[in-house]
Design a protein around this ligand. Structure first.
Ligand SMILES: Cc1ncc(COP(=O)(O)O)c(C=O)c1O
Length: 427
């Protein structure tokens, strides 16, 4: 039986429109190879995971060396060296006084744990989240996800959650502009916390750059203003860096662009260049609120994943993140130039190599360019470039390649997307 037939008969896939017809056999840097040797430039990095590149040599060597010694012991029953070393490293590279980490397996698990800790520390129970956000597929993480497309059929969700407006200047909820609004979206956070909930708000969770929602970059000053309100009301700030972390935005963590120190930060995806691992890190006084029996994860802190993560971080710190920031700026500048002559492009935004190109069907109404985005994705696939599509209405092209993508590959990506948009208009 072939792989496609096995998928059809034995793999649950009813939750995706389709599994792309590519049988991925091998990866190398920013490239993926099909079983028959066809080469693809990967601009999605396994949904923003392989930031250091597919099969990064340093990461592989570290993982292999660890696997030769120990694969599993349960890192919360025994002391495991790669776990201790990674926790110390995370304390060093995360902002402010974030210090103690808990390791799990995936992003949703990290956020569930962060919620548990936040409740323990504050003694409060309610949460604030952002419309159009995405935080995962578990019950609590769907409860704070502001996108009914991901939630339908699974409700009712957790009570005690209020949503604040998306800090999305291109489609501002108040139809105003950054020069006039005095950060109305940030001011609404305090009003909603105080008016829509019962005074028992434990934490505000936000993606510093919103991934699935369509690479939305909150305006400068947003998180500073919000944090002031949160501090006044004793509400913790959980930065969900699951997608935006580990160099994706041209800094190690996206919240660094905003100069704000979160109380808790969640991480996964790019943490170990593809080895399954997640973490949440907290200020020590918050971390120490856990009581005996509160938390654990059998596979959490896998020794091989932690060794891979350490090598991954060292690789990223060696100039790779800074270089990717420049590549991202240059690529966005090209898309903005193209926007001047290509009316399908409504907005170009992002940070580093976390780039969103929002397509529109009509420049006057800004109607969502969903069909154009689907066409572009398919055209790119047909021309050996893999991109993602996001946004509540599937109208945003997502360019999130491994950070090691080279200039020639970027040229091909840009040219292919530009050609696709041209071909769409000519159909
Ligand atoms: C910002 C954010 N948080 C959480 C998650 C959930 O991560 P996972 O799929 O590893 O559970 C995702 C996944 O896309 C994400 O983008």
């Amino acid at each position: 039986m072939g792989v496609k037939e096995q998928y059809r008969d034995y793999v649950m896939t009813g939750f995706v429109k389709r599994v792309e017809p590519v049988i991925v056999d091998r990866g190398d840097g920013a490239l993926l190879y099909d079983a028959d040797g066809t080469e693809y430039i990967d601009c999605f990095a396994g949904i923003s995971v392989t930031n250091a590149g597919h099969r990064n040599t340093k990461v592989l060597e570290a993982a292999k060396a660890q696997a030769d010694k120990l694969v599993h012991a349960c890192s919360y029953v025994y002391h495991v060296p790669s776990v201790g070393a990674l926790a110390e490293k995370l304390a060093e590279i995360t902002p402010g006084t974030l210090q103690k980490s808990f390791f799990g397996n995936g992003g949703a698990e990290a956020i569930e744990g962060a919620f548990r800790l936040a409740k323990r520390y504050t003694g409060k129970r309610e949460f604030l989240a952002i419309e159009s956000s995405f935080h995962g597929r578990s019950f609590a993480t769907l409860s704070v996800t502001g996108n009914s497309g991901r939630k339908k059929g699974g409700g009712p969700y957790m009570p005690g959650v209020a949503f604040v407006p998306t800090p999305y200047c291109y489609r501002c909820f108040a139809e105003t502009t950054p020069d006039k609004c005095d950060l109305l979206c940030a001011r609404r956070v305090a009003e909603i916390a105080r008016l829509h909930l019962s005074g028992d708000v434990c934490a505000f969770i936000a993606e510093p750059v919103m991934g699935e929602g369509g690479i939305i970059t909150p305006p400068d000053g947003y998180f500073k203003r919000v944090k002031e309100y949160l501090d006044e009301d004793g509400i913790l700030f959980i930065a969900d860096e699951v997608q935006s972390g580990f160099g994706r935005t041209g800094k190690m963590f996206a919240i660094e662009h905003y100069g704000v120190e979160p109380d808790i930060m969640t991480m996964a995806k790019g943490i170990a260049d593809g080895w399954p691992l997640s973490a949440f890190i907290a200020k020590p006084e918050i971390a120490d609120a856990f009581q005996i029996g509160d938390h654990l994860s059998t596979f959490g802190g896998n020794p091989v994943s932690c060794a891979a993560s350490l090598a991954n971080i060292e690789f990223l710190q060696d100039g790779v993140v800074e270089a990717s920031a420049k590549k991202g700026e240059a690529l966005m500048a090209r898309f903005r130039e193209l926007q001047k002559t290509q009316p399908l492009i409504g907005d170009v935004r992002g940070k580093g190599l976390m780039i969103g190109v929002e397509l529109i069907a009509d420049p006057q109404t800004k109607a969502y360019g969903t069909a154009a985005a689907a066409f572009t994705r398919q055209y790119c696939l047909d021309h050996n470039v893999l991109i993602g599509v996001g946004g509540n209405f599937g109208s945003v092209l997502r360019v999130q390649p491994p950070l090691v993508i080279d200039e020639a590959q970027i040229d091909t990506v840009f040219a292919t997307i530009a050609e696709a948009l041209e071909a769409y208009t000519k159909q």
